[in-house]
Design a protein around this ligand. Structure first.
Ligand code: SAM
Length: 258
């Protein structure tokens, strides 16, 4: 998905050229994103904890619980990275498989689950393999979001559940100001000092890739999901997207016991 830009008319009524941006366009995005996460993988968890004051761990538990699936459910952690969501799901007794584009992130994965290196828009799992799918802070990084949602719907069984955690921006005054300073000014410096400067400039800028909420909802409906719910977490510091794979769940297989 191409980033949204705010190009206004320039001198003489001509449109301004697009502002310089660290955001790659469609054709080069996947390769740039993969290389970036390969680079930052070793210190990804450390920077994440500092960036969110550890709150991300709580939001991950909320995400897994939003699946509302019984223990033992088969869960795909899409764009699993270092495996925080996988661990949260495993702690709830689920059977988890992780998949990610970046070999570096998979090498740093600590979740002790089966791992598959793949692009979310071209998954190798059979139709209806999973009861649930979680995805943390990755929507902005997908090149083809519609294809990725279609794949998510394909690998979920009818009635399967999707829970996506993503960044958001608070709307109320002071909270918004504090967020802007932290996310746009402090995080790039912190991430630059501890990890990779270019990657942590990309992070706040990549929010421009996120579709507006109504568009996101419609994309999920188009991909075969129903009951789409999108709600802010912690006053809008993050957002949680939940949906159900449309279709009638298959009847339970007949019991062999008398
Ligand atoms: C910000 S990290 C989030 C990692 C992890 N889900 C978490 O919650 O910490 C984004 C992840 O998305 C992965 N990613 C980006 N584009 C992808 C794609 N097209 N297919 C699969 N994974 C992708 C990156 O490699 C990276 O691990």
């Amino acid at each position: 998905m191409a980033p949204r830009r705010n190009a206004g008319p320039g001198p003489g009524g001509r449109p301004d050229p697009a502002p310089p941006s660290p955001l790659p366009a469609d054709s080069e995005k996947t390769a740039r994103v993969r290389a970036m996460f390969d680079t930052i993988a070793p210190r990804y968890d450390l920077v994440n904890r500092l960036m969110t004051f550890g709150l991300d761990q709580r939001w991950r538990r909320v995400t897994v619980d939003a699946l509302a699936l019984p223990a033992g459910a088969r869960i795909l952690d899409l764009a699993c990275g270092t495996g925080d969501l996988s661990r949260a799901a495993a702690k709830r007794g689920h059977t988890v498989v992780g998949t990610d584009l970046s070999a570096g992130m998979l090498a740093a994965n600590q979740a002790h689950t089966p791992l598959v290196e793949s692009d979310g828009s071209r998954l190798s799992f059979a139709d209806g393999t999973f009861d649930g799918l979680v995805c943390g802070y990755a929507l902005r990084n997908f090149t083809d979001l519609a294809a990725t949602f279609a794949e998510a719907g394909r690998v979920l069984r009818p009635g399967g559940r999707l829970a996506v955690l993503e960044v958001d921006a608070p709307t109320s005054g002071l909270w918004r100001f504090g967020f802007d300073v932290w996310f746009n000014k402090v995080v790039p410096v912190l991430g630059g000092a501890l990890s990779d400067r270019a990657a942590y400039r990309y992070l706040p800028a990549s929010v421009a890739y996120l579709p507006p909420t109504p568009v996101l909802r419609q994309m999920l409906l188009d991909a075969g999901f129903s009951a789409v719910g999108i709600r802010p977490l912690a006053g809008g510091l993050s957002q949680l997207v939940v949906a159900t794979r449309a279709g009638t769940p298959p009847p339970p297989s007949p019991s062999l016991s008398p």
